[in-house]
Design a protein. Structure first.
Ligand code: SOE
Length: 391
């Protein structure tokens, strides 16, 4: 087993999920590489040092350019707010480092396209952390769809609901709250939450071709943490869109941070000609499945407890029946990245895949601004087994 030296940029919420994944992966998966927590980089030296101590990083940096210049770093992992993804990723790729980047890839399609160009010119292994794909029940949904169990897909329905920004006194900008600052985040719920739904949807059901959307900003002004001034809010607090997939199926997506009572309710439902599936992040180890071909007297929704050894990823964990959680989706992404590296294959979603999700987000925002349907111009390359073609 070879070592892979990680240089992490950013020590917030995502810095923690990724660090946890690097630390645990080799205990549970037999992989060609083992990650080494070489260095963590952050602007606040005291906080960076405390983070390094807590998570076991060997060293710290306060300037990401110095981290990238280090010869002992193989992979740069970007866990910073969205406005620095492009600069760091492009510099890292040019320095020949592998790059793992938090979602969404860019704030705009133009920014994401530059990142893809740099990564592909450098030919470095890369991935974007759309972690929900790797929750075993979601991966099982992918297997069921690819095996043809659902048949032709008619409908895809997804929501991602939160309620943490209803308070109008909440400022914008700064740690965590950069998500409310359009300059930092690029957009609101569209880039932050719907991008997850779009990534899962296109992975499961192929490219989204056309969209029409509406957005709303409920709180129009908020104090900015960094300037101390009350400033206009430029993000979308809520977004809903409908659209069409390349395979002819229809979709509805909704996301908001104003759904009182919901903390992270990410759900999707897919209706096919033979069968339907439903998944809910609040009950993430279960996949609901209905198959019309079952004997009629016992036909109904089954709740599959995705914990058995022949279900995705589960043989690496405990014994059948014992479940895992949110943090394991990140462990799975590291495992898949390291395995793909050993096999000389891409680990999806790649930067190019994430650019396609950014295209849908941008088309959604453009539709909301213009009131018109938009073509997404998505060029989605499905996994080996292509999703059902349009009939
Ligand atoms: C926002 O609250 C957030 O943390 C997103 O940034 C994550 O991507 C999502 O998985 C959970 O919610």
């Amino acid at each position: 087993m070879k070592n892979l030296n990680i240089g992490l940029v950013g020590y917030g919420f995502m810095g923690r999920t990724h660090s946890n994944a690097y630390r645990r992966v080799s205990n549970f998966f037999n992989l060609p590489y083992t990650p080494v927590l070489k260095a963590v980089c952050g602007r606040d030296e005291a906080k960076t040092k405390a983070f390094a101590e807590q998570w076991g990083y060997e060293s710290t940096e306060s300037d990401w350019k110095k981290l990238i210049a280090r010869k002992d770093i193989d992979a740069i992992d970007i866990c910073t707010p969205n406005d620095s993804h492009a600069e760091i990723a492009i510099a890292a790729a040019k320095a020949g480092k592998m790059v793992l980047c938090e979602k969404p890839l860019g704030r705009t399609v133009a920014e994401a396209a530059k990142m893809v160009k740099a990564i592909e010119a450098a030919g470095v292994p890369n991935t974007v952390w759309y972690n929900y794909r790797r929750i075993p029940a979601v991966t099982l949904a992918k297997q069921l769809i690819d095996s043809g169990k659902l048949g032709r897909i008619f409908h895809y329905r997804a929501v991602f609901l939160q309620d943490w920004t209803i308070n109008a006194d909440l400022p914008q900008g700064g740690a965590g709250l950069w998500r409310l600052d359009a300059k930092s985040a690029g957009s609101g719920v569209t880039g932050d939450l719907l991008s997850h739904c779009i990534d899962t949807a296109m992975w499961l059901n192929g490219g989204i071709s056309d969209v029409t959307a509406m957005t709303e900003t409920f709180v129009k002004e908020r104090k900015h943490t960094l300037t101390g001034k009350v400033e206009k809010v430029g993000i979308d607090d809520a977004c809903a869109f409908i659209g069409r997939f390349d395979n002819g199926s229809l979709c509805t997506f909704e996301s908001t941070r104003y759904a009182r009572g919901h903390k992270a309710l990410y759900t999707f439902e897919i209706n096919g000609e033979h069968a339907s599936i439903k998944w809910d992040l609040h009950d993430l180890h279960r996949l609901e499945y209905f198959d019309y071909r079952d004997e009629s007297i016992t036909r109904g929704w089954r709740s599959i407890h995705v914990t058995d050894g022949d279900q995705p990823y589960m043989k690496n964990w405990w014994v059948p029946g014992l479940q895992i959680g949110y943090e394991h989706s990140f462990v799975h992404q590291v495992a898949d990245f390291l395995q793909a590296l050993g096999d000389g294959k891409p680990c999806r979603p790649t930067f190019r895949d994430a650019l396609e999700s950014d295209k849908v987000c941008e088309a959604v925002l453009k539709s909301a601004a213009t009131g018109k349907w938009q073509k997404t111009k998505v060029d989605w390359k499905p996994d080996a087994k292509a999703v059902a073609k349009k009939k």
